[in-house]
Design a protein around this ligand. Structure first.
Ligand code: SF4
Length: 417
């Protein structure tokens, strides 16, 4: 199969994003060392707005997990967590993060000159995505001896009913006494409204970024998205994230106006389903570009679009936002979601990443991939791998699967001529 060496096109705004992320981590580090602000650890789709409304600085261990993956430190740190009883089969964000803690080795040192992750005053989880996050935070609860509270969300939800939302709102409100006690502040509904409003503006800007890829050719790829989603993940509810996305959107609009594509001669438009293989982002971006294939959409990047935050009741907005998510939903909902995404982004083929240690983000284990291909009339391939543990990933197998998909598309096109 012919493959041209292609350079990845850099997004200029990346420099601004790095500054935003550096300021975020340095502020957390300073707060943890000096006590200038309280630090809370929150799961990635936990109630971050509620925590920020109390003046907490919010740290996300999953973001650190992604850094451990992209820096390729994970595989050497995971065995430390295995050695204290955490199975190699469970979430490799969890095992690499716990391993990082045990080995006192973090990518934050090289990236920002920070000695370690910021010590928490409080741990808050939401089980909407998986049970692993609760077990993960329970480890740190034992280590740091700080309060651990959480929200238990139903899973495989078909319709997000009023009853489900009411139950979740009650759980959110049940957190208030702990948040007041640890923060030393009284709950202020007006402050919460402000934070939720900022988070909503951020999520709408992030949606606009991703929607730019509906354009032909696309000005950005899924691989760009995994990098640029950082502020939407860790700084939603903080206006610095909004300012950043305004800069990024301006650049993407400039690309569209100038006919600049993320991938030269874009010939194939793919959907990436599942987690990224963090340690192989660059290789994947280059492989796709070399075959003039653009990964234009993904479930992963879209998971930080929270339309329901527009609700006039901020508690209801958060409850809906963190339950209407793809990962929380039923197979029926997910199939419908894929159908819409494939249509909106004019996708030619789907790549399912079967991440060994994250069944929650792997949607090719119960036949959905085959049902979708049959119904939508587009091909797919499955790449076996993992988000962080590169020992579970085969470069050769991934390349072969990817090239098989490109070949299928080329054959289809030539048979239509
Ligand atoms: S959803 Fe998957 S990757 Fe994320 S914390 Fe849970 S098991 Fe880990």
């Amino acid at each position: 199969m012919t493959e041209e060496k292609t350079l990845i096109k850099k997004i200029r705004a990346t420099a601004a994003m790095r500054e935003v992320m550096a300021a975020y981590f340095l502020e957390l580090d300073d707060a943890a060392r000096t006590g200038s602000a309280k630090v809370v650890w929150c799961t990635s789709v936990g109630p971050a707005e509620l925590l920020r409304a109390f003046g907490f600085l919010v740290y996300f261990p999953e973001n650190h997990g992604a850094m451990l993956g992209s820096s390729r430190m994970a595989a050497e740190l995971i065995p430390a967590a295995n050695a204290i009883g955490y199975s190699p089969d469970i979430c490799s964000y969890l095992t690499s993060d716990v391993g990082s803690y045990l080995m006192k080795n973090t990518p934050l040192t090289k990236a920002y000159g920070i000695a370690g992750v910021p010590k928490p005053d409080l741990l808050v989880y939401n089980t909407n995505q998986c049970r692993d996050v609760q077990d993960w935070f329970a480890f740190y609860q034992r280590e740091f001896d700080v309060p651990l509270v959480g929200i238990h969300t139903p899973r495989a939800v078909d319709e997000v009913t009023g009853e489900i939302v009411a139950g979740l709102v009650a759980q959110e409100k049940a957190l208030l006494p702990t948040l007041e006690q640890v923060s030393g502040r009284r709950f202020d509904i007006d402050r919460l409204r402000e934070v939720v409003a900022s988070s909503y503006r951020c999520t709408m800007l992030w949606k606009k970024v991703l929607n730019a890829a509906t354009h032909h050719p696309s000005p950005l790829t899924f691989f760009d998205g995994t990098i640029h989603m950082g502020p939407a993940v860790v700084l939603r509810g903080d206006e610095r994230a909004e300012r950043y996305y305004e800069v990024l959107i301006a650049e993407l609009e400039e690309r569209i106006a100038g006919g600049v594509s993320a991938v030269d001669g874009e010939a194939h438009r793919f959907y990436w389903e599942g987690m990224p293989v963090w340690g192989k982002l660059r290789e994947h971006a280059e492989l796709f570009a070399a075959h003039r294939a653009c990964a234009v959409a993904s479930t992963y990047c879209n998971s930080w679009i929270f339309d329901p935050l527009a609700d006039e009741d901020p508690f209801v907005g958060m409850a809906r936002a963190y339950t209407e998510l793809f990962i929380v939903r039923s197979e029926k909902y997910k199939e419908h979601y894929f159908e819409e995404m494939v249509r909106n982004y004019a996708v030619d083929g789907i790549i399912f990443h079967n991440a060994k240690t994250c069944p929650n983000n792997s949607n090719c284990r119960y036949g959905m991939h085959r049902r979708l291909s049959a119904r939508l009339g587009i091909p797919h391939v499955v790449i076996d791998g993992d988000l962080n543990d590169l020992r579970l990933y085969s470069e050769e197998q991934a390349r072969t699967q990817f090239e098989a998909l490109v070949e299928q598309l080329q054959e289809r096109r030539s048979s239509q001529i």
